[in-house]
Design a binder for this molecule. Structure first.
Ligand code: IMP
Ligand code: MG
Length: 180
């Protein structure tokens, strides 16, 4: 393990929580047309583990967006890097995200998908940093793994400069403050 990183949430804790989320989604999506949309790249590990705990037929798609830094632009402009491959018509979509910070990314996708004919759209995130939310953003989080304090976290798909995504636990860079 890199010595600048300490464990915030262990692999066992993350797995246990994902099992609970999977059970909850399984209960709530019986008879529906469940379609998971993974927000690349950070949410890949979470989505794979979550999907394995959902005991229902499920389809996937992937989307990549980039959010302009909150430091320079506060308008919340999000740019699509890679769009979905299939239409959302009549699908019960759950957007799967690694972590919600300002909330701009997820709020943008939620609004967008609601204009694309989905039967329903809900949001699911492994981590949520509510203290960082942009006050302009109102966002309903339907499924949340853990609430975390304002620290920069890595692992389980989340990176710092593209590194550490493969750590099997959620770690925090020692002495870090969040800031994207
Ligand atoms: P938001 O649009 O401000 O909510 O930004 C969410 C995105 O910022 C997430 O999908 C992550 O890619 C990234 N992000 C926010 N906080 C962290 C963190 O602590 N570690 C790694 N990535 C983060
Ligand atoms: Mg992300």
């Amino acid at each position: 393990m890199p010595d600048n990183i300490e464990v915030m949430i262990s692999e066992e804790q993350v797995n246990a929580r994902i099992c609970e989320l999977g059970r909850q989604i399984t209960e709530e999506y019986k008879g529906k047309n469940l379609h998971l949309v993974c927000v690349l790249r950070g949410a890949v590990f979470f989505m794979c583990e979550l999907a394995k705990r959902i005991e229902l037929p499920v389809t996937f798609d992937f989307m990549s967006v980039s959010s302009y830094g909150s430091g320079t632009v506060s308008s919340g402009i999000v740019r699509i890097i890679k769009d979905l491959e299939e239409p959302l018509t009549d699908k019960d979509v759950i957007i799967v995200e690694d972590i919600i910070d300002s909330g701009r990314t997820l709020s943008f996708l939620y609004e967008l998908f609601n204009t694309r004919g989905a039967a329903s759209v809900r949001t699911c995130t492994l981590l949520d940093k509510p203290s960082r939310r942009d006050p302009e953003i109102s966002l309903e989080v339907d499924y949340r793994g853990f609430e975390v304090e304002d620290k920069f976290v890595v692992g389980w798909g989340m990176d710092y400069d593209q590194r550490y995504r493969n750590l099997p636990f959620i770690g925090v860079i020692k002495g870090s403050e969040s800031g994207n």
